[in-house]
Design a protein around this ligand. Structure first.
Ligand code: FUB
Length: 333
């Protein structure tokens, strides 16, 4: 079967966070750029992004492949954020109290991955970043859920180059970097993190909590050696039918998986795979409802053949009677 066609191909894009704002579909991706082609390492040095673009779909479109996608240009760049040294990785956006927020990870001037927030009046930006990262933030791949009751949660974390393994004590431990992650069948994998956001969306309003992803057969956290199911990066939470769906990438095994829970803070019980490995090392996604249908937004490296030059795509998903996610066939015409 042919694969899905790219949604965006005039620039390289990845890590698409999709939201419907003001009745339009917006995509907030990473903006991949060329780097030294010799670099392709576990630290992720080849992902050297320097700015963010925002994209929107024509309001008249019935689905992501049905209308024109507009590139709103650069909405935030590295030079505009004093605490950033390099690597503007996977962002997300949120709306609350009449304002839009862009959450983004990057390396600070000490080489530590932190998470920043930028604010703007429109979903298409531009965004103005706070001069410092969110106090207490660390690691990568922020994803924001604004719940129906108005409470907002920031999910984050990523292993290896994402440095989650350096934060097990709550303080940054540079020496822990080389371990990459725990190992063993008798110890839990590292969990993603979540914190409640303050009402102004700029700071954490709760301690950072480690999320538990439980194996259905044991009711206990997925173990470290279970690389087919353990969390690696690319946290995303959406709500369907009153349940919280936490989805993520398994990194070195290249799956997109999900787990279901009754609370935005977890625990979540592993429920299956959404997407099999794509062309390229990374896999990172979002899930959003648009015009009555649900869509998986993801990326692969099919245009370039290079891990760090990716293109955003979408596939429709449906839910079965038990609430399990099923991926529909790709749209190739
Ligand atoms: O795009 C850079 C990094 O690659 C992201 O932060 C990860 O999720 C992976 O997609």
């Amino acid at each position: 079967m042919s694969d899905q066609k790219p949604l965006i191909s005039h620039v390289f894009t990845a890590d698409p966070s999709a939201h419907v704002f003001e009745d339009k579909l917006y995509i907030y991706p990473s903006h991949d750029i060329e780097t030294d082609t010799d670099i392709d390492n576990d630290n992720g040095d080849q992902y050297a992004m320097q700015d963010y673009h925002v994209f929107s779909l024509d309001a008249s479109a019935s689905g992501p492949y049905d209308g024109k996608i507009t590139d709103h240009g650069v909405v935030l760049s590295k030079e505009q954020v004093p605490w950033v040294s390099k690597q503007l990785w996977a962002p997300d956006a949120a709306y609350k109290n009449g304002k839009y927020y862009l959450y983004f990870p990057a390396r600070d001037h000490d080489g530590v991955m932190r998470i920043g927030v930028a604010e703007g009046p429109s979903p298409a930006g531009p965004f103005k970043a706070d001069p410092e990262p969110i106090p207490g933030s660390y690691s990568i791949d922020p994803a924001c859920l604004v719940d129906d009751d108005g409470k907002s949660y920031l999910y984050f974390g990523g292993l290896w180059g994402g440095q989650l393994q350096c934060w097990t004590s709550g303080e940054y431990d540079a020496a822990a970097y080389t371990s990459m992650e725990p190992k063993g069948t008798d110890r839990p994998a590292l969990g993603p993190r979540v914190a409640l956001l303050s009402d102004d969306m700029h700071t954490f309003a709760s301690p950072i909590t480690e999320i538990q992803i439980l194996a259905p057969e044991t009711g206990k956290p997925i173990v470290a050696d279970d690389h087919d199911r353990r969390f690696f990066e690319a946290a995303w939470t959406h709500k369907y039918n009153g349940k919280y769906y936490f989805s993520y990438s398994t990194g070195d095994t290249h799956y997109l998986c999900y787990a279901i829970g009754d609370s935005p803070m977890g625990p979540f019980t592993y429920a299956g795979r959404i997407l099999e490995p794509v062309v390229g090392w990374t896999t990172h996604h979002s899930i959003a409802e648009y015009r009555g249908k649900w869509w998986l937004f993801y990326h692969d490296s099919s245009i370039s053949g290079k891990n760090h030059l990716r293109c955003v795509k979408a596939r429709e998903i449906v839910y079965d009677a038990e609430g399990k996610i099923q991926l529909k066939d790709p749209q190739t015409d």
